[in-house]
Design a protein around this ligand. Structure first.
Ligand code: PLP
Length: 405
């Protein structure tokens, strides 16, 4: 799963290029940097590899989301539809631009349920933000149709799905804007970093300025730049971009390994009829960072988690339902609007309406779901061993249940 598993001399070489010039900033210092522009190079590599016109690097995936929302004109009081299963960064970014996160159920794709999205639309809905969780895609066609019908923008959070595709196009390049994360545990990592992707020149120009204090970057003299709008500092450093440059060149290798290990693990778990798998709208586009699967009931799933824990093999098998980073139910700080500073009134009102048990449909899906992380480092033998151990634990839990019925 994470690209750091295959760090090597390639990353060291790119970082050393930067260390040798001593210019760690992505802008300016044209003479001393001796032609080394790692951030620009990584942006060009992303465009080339993902088939998108523009990429703007940022300091993180979270700042990429804030930037994307801002350049799309999402601001005070606007509603952004987002899923109950995602990473906390989704609502953080929405709150950061003054907008209202509107939570919506997921279905067995583990992403936004288009029917639930339709029901959540109001005159204030400005943006639909599907999150392509665990390496695979939301069903974008119905979401795009809803956007078109209601004149709403689509922002794809592809932070967990670098390299995945939907019907031949890369995730993050299909909506008006998309974001990637290159944090330390993502498929391609910069240690910390992110990117905004778009095919619109206008949106790109906004992102370029917004992430650097609003600088228009038109002149050769940074000090003399004009500032057509307010921006922030969401810049990436050259050291981080250097790591990412080595990593993006390995993306094809990462995807090939993930697909192979995923297929092998899935074949083993498929032998158990009680196991069902996450619905993937375009299976050939799955980046295969995780294998996500379901047991028939919450009780069985909890039983399995306990069994895996007892055997010391729970690591790498995620039970999101109990996880306080990724699933709505445990976002206590959000339910309580626990903000250090005073939130805008519209946000306070919206957050007060949240309660942990508000999404029984999502609960029924997530309470039965396990996602097994696919490592880049597993050998064929190790993958087989992991799969067989999980399968044996599932059988044990199933037979225990049968005995008690
Ligand atoms: C990792 C992640 C982010 C944010 O990325 P950071 O680089 O860690 O800020 C946003 N959304 C999702 C779904 C993520 O998994």
């Amino acid at each position: 799963m994470p690209g750091f598993e295959l760090f090597g001399p390639e990353e060291r070489k790119e970082v050393n290029d930067v260390l040798e010039t001593g210019i760690y900033m992505r802008y300016g210092f044209d003479g001393p940097r001796k032609g080394i522009w790692k951030s620009k190079e990584l942006e060009a590599a992303l465009c080339e590899r993902l088939g998108v016109k523009y990429a703007q690097l940022t300091s993180s995936g979270t700042s990429a989301l804030s930037t994307a929302l801002a350049i799309l004109g999402v601001g005070a009081g606007d509603e952004v539809i987002m899923p109950t299963f995602t990473f906390v960064a989704s609502f953080e970014a929405v709150l950061s631009v003054g907008a209202i996160p509107v939570l919506v159920d997921v279905d067995s794709t583990l992403t936004l349920d288009p029917a639930a999205v339709r029901q959540a639309i109001t005159p204030r809905t400005k943006c639909i933000m599907p999150v392509h969780m665990c390496g695979a895609m939301a069903d974008l066609d119905p979401l795009l149709a809803i956007c078109k019908e209601h004149d709403i923008v689509l922002l794809e959070d592809a932070c967990q799905s670098t390299g995945a595709q939907y019907k031949g196009r890369h995730l993050g390049t299909i909506g008006q804007a998309g974001t990637l994360s290159f944090d330390f545990v993502k498929t391609v990592t910069c240690a910390e970093g992110g990117a905004v992707l778009t095919n619109s020149e206008e949106l790109y120009i906004r992102a370029d300025g917004y992430t650097d204090h609003g600088h228009d970057h038109k002149g050769v003299d940074r000090g003399a730049d004009l500032h057509p709008f307010i921006g922030y500092n969401y810049r990436i450093s050259e050291l981080h971009a250097a790591v990412g440059l080595a990593q993006i060149r390995k993306l094809d290798k990462f995807l090939a390994i993930q697909k192979k290990n995923h297929q092998q693990l899935k074949a083993i778990l498929s032998t158990i009829p009680e196991i069902t798998f996450r619905q993937i709208p375009d299976p050939s586009g799955d980046s295969c960072t995780f294998l996500s699967w379901f047991l028939p009931t919450e009780a069985l799933t909890r039983g399995l988690v306990a069994e895996l824990k007892e055997q010391g093999i729970l690591a790498g098998n995620f039970y999101w339902f109990d996880n306080n980073w990724h699933y709505y139910r445990k976002w206590t700080h959000l339910h309580q609007a626990a903000s250090l500073n005073r939130l805008p009134e519209a946000q306070q009102i919206a957050l007060k309406k949240l309660s942990p048990d508000a999404f029984p449909v999502s609960d029924r899906i997530m309470s039965r779901c396990i996602s097994t992380a696919i490592s880049l480092a597993w050998t064929e033998e190790q993958t087989k061993d992991k799969g067989e151990k999980i399968a044996a634990a599932v059988k044990k839990v199933l037979s225990r249940e049968k005995a008690t019925v």
